[in-house]
Ligand binder design. Structure first.
Ligand SMILES: [Zn+2]
Length: 70
């Protein structure tokens, strides 16, 4: 999964997150990648916190998508 900014020709950093679905609490291992210049910046950490707090697993995301269409 791409996270944040990756510029052209930039070195890509791969990292793993322990993600937990905010809806069903299912744990999902997240293989993430981000650009070297963005990785571990303040902005990066902020976005990461936000991302984790709003994370939905694939199943819940699909359910939400269907609900949003009603
Ligand atoms: Zn879920």
């Amino acid at each position: 999964m791409k996270f944040g900014k990756i510029e052209e020709n930039e070195k890509i950093i791969k990292f793993n997150l322990e993600l937990k679905c905010i809806n069903c609490n299912k744990k999902v291992p997240g293989g993430m990648k981000s650009g070297q210049n963005y990785f571990k910046t303040i902005e990066f950490n902020k976005e990461l916190e936000k991302f984790k707090k709003t994370y939905l697993c694939g199943v819940c995301r699909d359910k939400k998508r269907i609900k949003d269409q009603d």
